[in-house]
Design a protein around this ligand. Structure first.
Ligand code: NAD
Length: 473
């Protein structure tokens, strides 16, 4: 569709959905459950087509990763919302100021939620938020990423077949369409993507005072303690660093390791990565980089780090030639002791490159983390509970996993979100329901006459006595 026509369509959709929501009234639990079941059915029935589309968009991505992270990850969130929303919707009873008054908080829908979703887990990062959006009784317009065109077109077709566009609709297009989308007067806007674009989105949303949830990125650090079992820590770090070839918002971005453990850590990281990926260039289990631009960006980080004196340890067990491939795979590479002004220490990496830096005392590691923006996640490996407490209490991050990476994001009962430059607001489970609801207080006035007497002039002795009694320490 021509961009101008798509922009006109998004304005029309927003009005259609707003009017449909008000005309229909707050959806009952059964209606929300029916929508969630439709979303679950859509993913179950079309899983193979989704696997093929994502693999096509990446050039290569393993079927199991898409089934686990995109399909199962979404279905788990949708089912958890389906099975709990009746309880979440229950009004909270509160006490009124007069004995026979009634007070409650109702979690009501916000209205129409706009969603800008990214390419790295294009199904999960669209359907997992939909769990909270639909459970809370909203309608939704989605703009998926232009970097995964086959998957985004498939999302549009599947949602279009399962929902009327007055319920859930999809808009397709690139940055110009996304920029226009972020200026719409939604009742809430969810943006998942980079911190840099998040600033544009927040600026655009401010014009209409649209409340925002920003799920952004950043440099998530790993602190490995003196007392950590090093081989196990290295294997766990490299498992998540190579998952989706590091194209994960929660990927460990850099590692801080005790100076005397550096060479042992490098050996352990190389050994564990080589065991997972004995070959790389034709290995369907090793995801390619999404496109040539991101591939070139990552290679520029390596060139810049080398030029500034960092040592590279490329993990390429079969010594393969990466220069002749027609997709964009990049070998996992450790970047040892890059100077702080390197691009790789300034930008979020979002690829299979891992800077390894050393410290002599835990205070140095904590200070290093705190000199940077607040990260989406912080990872601590160690068995020393006093040191763990010290690290957690003197740093701020969106979430924490101790003795592994990323696992905190897999729990449906934990809120998921960033803090500071890594985002604002949270979803997953009940946190998503709350984020996409308005907590509306409802008060039914007392029938007692005192209520009226007390508030109306002329004020008499009862009012003066009441105030004198209540205004006290
Ligand atoms: P991106 O910010 O580069 O692009 C995201 C989308 O923003 C694009 O699809 C584009 O259409 C849109 N866009 C571009 N310019 C815009 C503008 N001016 N106004 C509004 N929208 C605009 O991010 P990406 O490359 O898709 O994803 C990678 C980033 O996303 C990383 O930083 C990663 O950490 C982050 N991320 C965060 C989470 C999370 O849950 N916190 C999850 C996945 C990815």
């Amino acid at each position: 569709m021509h961009p101008a026509a798509e922009i006109a369509r998004m304005h029309h959709l927003l009005q259609t959905q707003k009017q449909a929501g008000l005309a229909h009234g707050i959806p009952r639990a059964e209606e929300r459950i029916a929508w969630l079941n439709r979303l679950i059915g859509l993913l179950v029935d079309n899983q193979e087509e989704i696997v093929t589309a994502i693999s096509h968009d990446f050039g290569s991505r393993t079927r199991e990763l898409t089934l686990a992270a995109d399909i199962l990850g979404s279905i788990s969130e949708l089912k958890f919302a389906r099975d709990n929303l009746t309880r979440w919707m229950h009004p909270e009873p509160h006490t009124g100021i007069f004995p026979d008054a009634e007070a409650r908080v109702e979690h009501v829908p916000l209205g129409v939620v706009g969603m800008l979703s990214p390419w790295n887990f294009p199904i999960n990062l669209t359907f997992a938020p939909l769990a909270g959006i639909v459970a809370a009784g909203n309608r939704c317009i989605i703009k998926p990423s232009e970097l995964t065109p086959a998957t985004s077109a498939l999302i549009a077709r599947l949602i279009g077949a399962a929902f009327n566009e007055s319920e859930i609709a999809v808009i397709l297009g690139g940055p110009d369409i996304a920029a226009a989308f972020s200026t719409l007067a939604f009742d809430h806007l969810l943006y998942t993507g980079s911190t840099a674009v998040g600033r544009h989105v927040m600026r655009a949303a401010a014009a209409n005072l649209v409340p925002l949830t920003l799920e952004l990125g950043g440099k998530s650090p790993v602190i490995v303690s003196q007392c950590a079992p090093l081989e196990d820590a290295a294997a766990r770090i490299m498992t998540i660093k190579t998952l989706n070839a590091g194209q994960i918002c929660l990927a460990p971005d850099y590692v801080l390791i005790p100076a005397h453990s550096l060479e042992r850590f490098i050996t352990a990281a190389v050994t564990s990565t080589s065991a997972m990926f004995p070959t790389l260039t034709a290995n369907p289990g090793y995801t390619a980089i999404i496109n040539a631009r991101h591939h070139a960006r990552l290679q520029s980080y390596l060139a810049d780090a080398t030029a500034r004196g960092a040592r590279l340890v490329e993990i390429n067990p079969a010594n393969e030639d990466f220069s002749t491939q027609n997709i964009h795979r990049l070998p996992p590479t450790l970047v040892i002791q890059p100077p702080e002004d390197c691009k790789i220490m300034q930008e979020e990496i979002f690829g299979p490159l891992l800077p390894v830096l050393t410290y002599n005392h835990i205070d140095e590691a904590i200070a290093f983390v705190n000199q940077r923006d607040r990260p989406l996640a912080l990872y601590y490996f160690g068995q020393d509970s006093a040191e763990e407490h010290q690290v957690l209490s003197r740093t701020i991050s969106g979430g924490v996993t101790v003795n592994d990476c990323m696992t905190h994001a897999f729990s449906e009962t934990l809120p998921f979100g960033g803090v500071g430059a890594s985002g604002m607001g949270a979803y997953h489970g009940q946190a998503g329901f709350r984020t996409f609801s308005h907590a509306r207080p409802v008060y039914r006035q007392s029938k007692a006459m005192e209520a009226e007497y007390a508030l109306r002039p002329p004020y008499g002795e009862p009012m003066r006595q009441y105030l004198a009694t209540m205004i006290s320490r």
